[in-house]
Design a binder for this molecule. Sequence first.
Ligand SMILES: Cc1cc2nc3c(=O)[nH]c(=O)nc-3n(C[C@H](O)[C@H](O)[C@H](O)COP(=O)(O)OP(=O)(O)OC[C@H]3O[C@@H](n4cnc5c(N)ncnc54)[C@H](O)[C@@H]3O)c2cc1C
Length: 398
Amino acid sequence: MPDFSITPEIRDMRQKVTAFMEEHIYPNEPYLMEAGAEGAGLIKDLQGKTKAMGMWAPHLPAEAGGMGIGFMPYVYINEVLGRSPFAPLAFGSQAPDSGNAEILWLFGTDEQKERWLKPLVAGEIRSCFSMTEPEVAGSDPTLLQTRAVRDGDEWVINGHKWFTSGAQGAAFAIVMCVSDADGAPHQRMSQIIVPTDTPGFNLVRVVPVMGETLGNHCEIRYEDCRVPVTNTLGNPGDGFMIAQKRLGPGRIHHCMRWLGQMQRAFELMCKRALERYAFGGTLAEKQTVQNWIADSAAEIQAARLLTLHAAHKIDQGNEARVEISLIKFFGAKVLHDVIDRAIQVHGALGVTGDTPLESMYRAARLGRIYDGPDEVHRMVVARRVLQAFRQAGTWEFT
Ligand SMILES: Cc1cc2nc3c(=O)[nH]c(=O)nc-3n(C[C@H](O)[C@H](O)[C@H](O)COP(=O)(O)OP(=O)(O)OC[C@H]3O[C@@H](n4cnc5c(N)ncnc54)[C@H](O)[C@@H]3O)c2cc1C
C-alpha cells in the first residue's frame, strides 16, 4: 500500500494556505464574484502576497519556477485551494495556464521557454488551449479538422475552435492542428503556439456557459493565421502525445480541486443540519439527512484516496491512465451528489446566492464534460480492464 502520510513540510504549507484562504480568499469571494474581470487588481495583489510567501505555482518543478513538491503532496495543497474558484488564480496554478506551462516545460525549446513559459509562470501573461471544435466530437480528437499547412518557414492555420477557455485576454494559444493529413491517426496532429495578436486569430465570441464564475470559453476562427514553424511544440506529429501528457495531469488537477469543493459543501451541510430545527428536532436527527451525511463522507473519502493513489502512481513515472480515468468520472459524480445533498439540506437557502452552493452546483455539472465526458473515461477503464482479462485472464488492483 502506498504511503499517503503528510510530511511536516507539506503540513506546514497546508496550514499556510488554509490561513491565507481564511484571511484573503473567502472574505473577498462576494466581491470577486461580482467584479469578474474587474477583480484582476485584487488578484494581482494576492498573487504578490503568495509569491512573497514562496507559495507560487505549486504544480510546477522548482527548475520551472514552481514549488517542486511532486504530484502526491500537491493533492494536499490543491484540495485546500480548490475550495474557492479564486484561490488557484491567487496561487498561480489555474487552468489552462497550469497545463500549458507543464507542456512548455516538457517540450518547449529554449527560445519558447524564454518567450512564453517564463512570463506565463511569472503570472505576467495568460494563455489558452485550443483543441475542441464545434463541428466534430471533441471526445474523439482523431476527428479534428483544423489544418496547419506549411508555407516556407511558416504554418498557415485555418480552422474553427470553441471552448478555448481563457482566450479573451490570453497572450497566446496552443492550437491542436492537423499538420499531416495523410499521417496515421495519432501522428497527424501538431501543437502550435499562436500569439493571439497574430492576424487571422479571430475571437468570435465568449460562449455563454452555465455556472461559470470566471467563464471565458471562446469561439475562435483561425483564418490564414501565419506563425513561424519554430512555434511548433515538440516535433510536427507530436500533437497527440503532448495532448496526453497535458490532459492526464490536467484531469487530476481538477479532481484535486473538486475534493476541496466536496469538503466545503459537506461542511456546510453538516453545519446546517445541526442548526435547523423542524418537526421536533434538528435536521441532523432525521435519518434521511444522516444517510446523506454518511454517504457523502464515504464517497469523499473514496474520491480522496483514489486521487492520492493516481497522484502517487504519476510520481512513480506511471502514466496512470486507468487511475486518472477512474477518478475523473467518479470524482465528478461525487462532487455533484455531495453539493446536491448540501443544497437539499439548506432548502430554499441552498438555491440562493447567499451560500456558495448554487454556483458550486452549476460548476460541478461542467466537470462531467470537460477534459473528457464521463462515458469516455468509463470506456477507457473498461477497455483496459478487459484487455488485461483477454491477455492474462485477470485484472490486478494495485
Ligand atoms: C467548461 C468547459 C471548459 C472547456 N475547456 C476547454 C479548453 O480549454 N480547450 C479545449 O480545447 N476544449 C475545452 N472544452 C471542451 C471539452 O474538452 C469537450 O467538450 C469534451 O472533450 C467533449 O467534446 P464535445 O463537447 O464535442 O462532446 P461530444 O464529443 O460530441 O460528446 C457528446 C456526448 O457523447 C457521449 N459520448 C461521447 N463518446 C462516447 C462514448 N465513447 N461512449 C458513450 N458516450 C459517448 C458523451 O455523453 C458526451 O457527453 C471545455 C468544455 C467545457 C464544458
